[in-house]
Structure formats: structure tokens, C-alpha cells
Design a protein around this ligand. Sequence first.
Ligand code: PMT
Length: 402
Amino acid sequence: MAPSARILLIVSGGIAAYKSLELIRRGRDRGLSFRVILTPGGAEFVTPLSFASISGEKVYQELFSLTDESEMGHIRLSREADLVVVAPASADLLAKMAHGLADDLASTALLATDKPVLVAPAMNVMMWANPATQANIATLRARGIHVVGPGSGDLACGEEGSGRLSEPNDILDAIETLLGRERVLSGLKALVTSGPTHEPIDPVRYIANRSSGKQGHAIAAALAKLGADTLLVSGPTGEADPAGVAVRHVETAAQMLAACEAALPVDVAVCAAAVADWRPAQAGNQKLKKNGMTAQSLELTANPDILATLAQSKKARPRLVIGFAAETEQVIKHAEEKLKKKGCDWILANDVSAGTGTFGGDANTIHLISANGVEDWPTSSKQDVALRLARRIADHLRGAHA
Ligand code: PMT
């Protein structure tokens, strides 16, 4: 196991505070140790005793506590850590961080630290979407603060949408990425495409598909976790930007291709995006009116093939070019044909027929096809598929695999 690293965990107010107990428990299994600062808001949801019991350390709460200051001042607290993690990070604490306020122990320690900081926001969907919160997050990102999540789904407040605290394992993965553990890909550059593309018909309508971006985003996160300098070129998705990954947001296939070509040279390219094969030949400047239109009126033109362009690049072909094949029948046969036609090195074939849940779901079943034949991977979470692929890429680029 990697040597122990010291995390200063700041727990702010919110129902998600209970998940931080699980974060500590699982983190200790991964060789991390935790010191906890519990804000007054956080203490409304989980007691200091719970954190002390699970971390095996004293819990710090007061800025001006004589005992805390004589044992461990806020400066030492923030400096003795390898990484500062705020989970959950409330809208209030994010706002304090963005504005440099220091009126309690948590905000003071954050202002005083010289260590990398990772925040895991958790709040109501409207609070997260509020332009004030978004501006604060943008400010923090621009200052080099790392952000993991939030995820989307049912929220504790009864509403649905973005604002859920990331799962403990995802936060721990982000922590390990930032701590630089298992960095077998460090020094290498990776490019990943993810999500659907939207091809405009007019200002209100577009052609798209069912890709959620979960698989592509997980691959980018896994490559970064192993130390690759990773650029994710993402079509429109509801997925949060993975921590430690540079992200270019695009809408159309043409924009995705341009962003990919601008990223070259890279060592490895993974094309997981579900790029629309066709786009309207002429997108309307105004909303098209139904009268006068027939089913034949929408003229389509073929989009560029990003995977084939990268694989066949004369100037800057990545050492390893990997595509996906999304098939609904004769999965292996069609994927083998794509491998040849596009000229990539590996194809990850997955069945996307109705009922598989591959599009938008959390699991995937992969068949890795290369010059060496077909390898069937067991059904697993998209994160596990991503990690397995990233390790496989590392083996290949470092010479362990043909
Ligand atoms: O996003 P999720 O909901 O998590 O779902 C994951 C996924 C099913 C989208 C993913 O696992 C997957 O299969 N991605 C590829 C989808 C796809 O467009 O497959 P395809 O068989 O049509 O294309 C073959 C390959 O060519 C893919 O690598 C694709 O990225 C690439 N391509 C296709 C067309 C095009 N114009 N440019 C491309 O680069």
C-alpha cells in the first residue's frame, strides 16, 4: 500500500455531512489519515464524537479555543496536511473561500493553507445553479482549487438535479489523483472525447443521441488518476468535469474535431463520444416554420469522423488510438469492421441495444478488439471499465503489452 498521506477534512453544513464518515472509513482503508475541522453547520448534522471515533483523531471546531490553539493552531492544522478536502462544501463556505473571508476555523484554515485544496460541493439544485454559486466556483477553479462533483439525482431536500455530494469512492479517487499515487502514466498526454454532439437544425432544435458522457468522463478521470496530462473534449452532458482533468466543452462534431486536432500531439487518444454521423446541411438562422416543410426538407450532410482523422493523421498520429463501437447486433463482427475501416489500434465494442442500459447507465460490458484478437471483459461499473482501460493503456505505452 502507498505510504500514508494526511488529509485535513473540512466538513461544512448539509445533510450530506454523514457521507464524510464513510469517506474517512474508506479512506483509512486506502492508507489515508484524516484530521477533521467541523463547522457549526456540519455539527448540526453529525456529532464531533462520530468524527473523532471514526478518524481516531481530535476534531477541531473553534477558531479561538484555548486548548485547540495551544495544541494545534489553525496555521499548523492547514500546513501539516498533504491535502485539504472540503466535503461537503456548502454554498456558504464556497462563497467565503471565493471572497477570502476568514471568520471561523474552517475559512481561516483554508485561507492559511499552502497545500492543494479539493472541494466536493453539495447543496440544493437551485443553490448550485444560482449564478452567484457558479461565479464562486469559476473563481475558485481559476485559482487552482480542484472540484469533484456535484453529481445529479434525487436530493435530500426532495428536489432532483445537480447538487448531490459525490460518492465517497469518487472523492477518494480524486484525492489519490491529487496526491499523485499510482502515477504510471505521468509524463504522457491523453485525449478523450465524451458525450453526444448536438447538431443544430435551427436555434431551437438539434439532432442528438442518448449518450450521457458517463463512460467517456470516467475514462478521462482514470487516465488523470494514473498521472496522464489529460484533456477531455466533451459534448453537452450533465456530467461534472472530472477533477484533475482539463476540459473543453463543445457542441458539434466539427467543434469536437477542431478541439481534438488542436490538442495534438498526444500519446493516446480515446474516442468514447457518440458523435452524430450527420448534421443538417444548412442550419436555419431563425426557427424553421412547419408550413412549407416536408419530411424530405431536412437535407443532411456527413460529419467528419474524428476517430478516423486521428488514426490516419500523417502529421501527429497518437501512439495509441482507441475507439468504441456502439452496436445493436453482431457486435464483434461490426466492431472488427470498424477497427479496420477507421485505422485505430483498439476498439472497445459495447452492445447498446434496447434493454442493455449501456447508454446512460452505470455499467458496461466491453469486448476489447485489437490485432491480438477479442478479449471479453466482465460486466462492471463504467468507472471500473475506465480504470481497467487506463491500466491497459499504461501497460501498452510502457511496453508491457504488445
Ligand atoms: O455516454 P454513455 O451514456 O456513458 O454511453 C457510453 C457509450 C455507449 C456512448 C460509449 O461506450 C460508446 O460506445 N461510444 C461510442 C459511440 C459511437 O458513436 O459509436 P460508433 O460505433 O457510432 O462510432 C465508432 C467510433 O467512431 C467511436 O469511437 C466514435 O467516437 C467515433 N466516431 C464516430 C463518428 C464520428 N463522426 N466521429 C467519430 O469519432
